[in-house]
Write a protein that binds this ligand. Sequence first.
Ligand code: ATR
Length: 271
Amino acid sequence: MNDRYAVIGNPVAHSKSPWIHAEFARATGQRIDYGRIEAPLGAFARTVAAFRAAGGRGCNVTLPFKAEAFALATEPTPRARAARAANTLRFDGEGAGAAVAADNTDGAGLVNDLERNLRRPIAGRRVLLMGAGGAAQGVLGPLLEARPAALVLANRTAGKAQALAARFPGSRGGGYDAIAGESFDIVVNATSAGLTGGAVPLPGGLFAPGALAYDMVYGRDTPFLAAACAAGAATSDGLGMLVEQAAESFFFWCGARPETGAVLAALRADG
Ligand code: ATR
């Protein structure tokens, strides 16, 4: 029987993860089945336990359960620990001694998409991360490890950006007014504003010449990307991050590193 995996979230119906992991499995010769499970709000741990009891070997975890997934971990990776959130669980062993290994592959997914797919090295560059919620928290550590010249957090609620930056030495945080007059080579939107059609306030002169604007949301033209394009920046949505974080999760489970280029190209072609 194939090993069973799934993505657990709420909502989860439109997740592309089952297709991506089926492609990875085919390309690497791994025998896995990968499904979608919608967990009721307030029943994440119960849903994970039921999946595990039914033979599940691991899962991806998406909104709004990443903090709860981390709380279930008995063996979190350092990057999951730093993020205090997990998007990948692996069930090791059986019975009372069973372990729950947890990873957070979102940050590595973002860094790999920027550096490998989009050919935007982070080292020595000035990076702005907008937002201070779960999405920002998940990527801050790996962004810092890529050694930017500066990593600045800006958020509507300045205190949240300051508090998050304080957890990650080497970054600094504040409100959007605090970045007036500064410019950046890479600007990442980790707010949920694009999902609701809201716009983040972009101070003039934010984009350095040749800058890249990156939205972690995918599959829609967000007001942020439209504004960045009008300001002369190159733009990217977060589809590559989705594929790259999936590849890191696949490696966490199977120990095999899938090629991502063909999968990303196929998703892009699919529109
Ligand atoms: P996620 O897990 O997607 O990060 P979250 O934890 O609810 O979700 O965080 C949402 C982020 O988007 C926050 O940084 C939020 O700003 P506040 O902390 O000030 O609430 C930001 N956000 C949401 N809507 C926004 C908008 N219209 N303009 C600017 N920032 C917005």
